[in-house]
Design a protein around this ligand. Sequence first.
Ligand code: NAG
Ligand code: NAG
Length: 493
Amino acid sequence: MRSFTSFLVAVLLPIVLACENPDTHSCASIFSASTALVSSFCATYTASAITATAAIPSDINSACSGKTTSISEACSCFVTSETAVALVATTSTTEAKTTAKTIIPTTLATSTIKATSVAKVTSSAVAVATTADAAAASAGVGGTIISTLTGGAGVGGTTCTVTAFADISASVSACSNVLLSGITVPASTTLSVAVPTSGALLFAGTMTVEYTPDADYTPIVLKGTNAKVAGLAGAVIDGLGADYWDGEGSNGGTAKPDHFIKLSDMTSSSFSDIKIINWPTHLFEITGCTDMTMSQLILDNSAGASLGHNTDAFDVSSTDGLYVSGATVYNQDDCVAVNSGSNMLFENMCCDGSHGLSIGSISSGVTVSNITFKDSSVVNGENACRIKTDAGDDDSTVSDITYSNIYVSNITDYAIDVQQDYENGDPIGDSTTGITVSGVTFDSITGSVADGGYEYYILCGSTSSCTDFTWTDIDITGGTSSCSPAGDECPST
Ligand SMILES: *[C@@H]1O[C@H](CO)[C@@H](O)[C@H](O)[C@H]1NC(C)=O
Ligand SMILES: *[C@@H]1O[C@H](CO)[C@@H](O)[C@H](O)[C@H]1NC(C)=O
């Protein structure tokens, strides 16, 4: 008979790619090696929100240096939904009783969420819309600002409502839809859910993630195939950013979770209809996903306007097939940053305060291809349409990139920017040719830049490292322009 261990390892391989390497990381090693021990431990661990190290088996505790965040992450990396389901099915009578008591099956009815709380949430969302946004929206160019969300729905079948963090894992195994209603994610504890295939994870009310100053901590980790993640009307996830923001982002100061939500290895799945506010640094890490849809999102870090930093909204890597439609983003770094992957479409984005719709920065050994940004607006930020590759790096290609119908306003640096001179996250002025950028289309980019801004700024390593650029209907005013070296990648003047 095939041993359970080898079966588990085979199943886990794609997931392991996004996690710590068991060969080099002692915490990952004990989790990947001792299946039986960690499976039963993780079931109770996630079910009981242990944040004190006293309740953790000593061998796990020492391999993980007593870091509850590492343990929580390892549970999410090395224990599959299959094992979690199996465990719940064989829990002791006492646990089974608790489970029965805390799961409240309901048929899904969005009306259970009080209309008054919906009204309150939407009015605060409207308040941050600016004059420039309104101009873009009324002119009918770029994206449409989303100020209210109507809310998503379940997938049919039973909906179990969970109101306490400790009851989540039991419900996930028993119900087609799990509705987290007004949950608090305890400090140092990861809300790690492998959404069951063809099931839904829903949010209602406000979910607050408690303060955890730890750069290794990821508060929310989601996986799934044919899975749906959605908020009901009025759903908000609050990261308590003001408790962390110190103007230094991920470069120093208070330790901050590096990404707030990790969508890991999700396939043919969706994430929609949620308002997320006050994330500490980067918001979404979207990695290892295939055929993923994200829509109807209000991502509002406007409260971090002075002290928020590195608050990227969408960071995407190793993903094939991503469709983002309808996101209104207020933040203080890239609205989108695609670092690797292919076949992505971002449309109807409204980015306010950001560093733009970006490809990169691109380092060695990656492929970025077929990425389109269309029908969007980028206002009150540093850049709008941007491709940046690292100086001195090589063996990477960036190809088939399209920016189409993008409205820009009040951009301080570059409305259109291609630079092959990045190092340590900043341009150094010395561009190189090891990474090629080809097949780039800028079509219908309109609007204006702030005083001192550039309408376009192109700094390529050579005319052969940037090829096949197409410029049509560029109508940006208010700034200067630069393109070097002179060649086919420059717009004809
Ligand atoms: C490019 O990506 C889009 C969005 O995922 C997809 O619909 C389209 O088929 C892709 N084009 C090619 C040539 O693969
Ligand atoms: C322009 O954008 C800056 C942020 O870069 C913002 O502080 C300022 O208020 C904006 N100006 C207008 C007129 O919206």
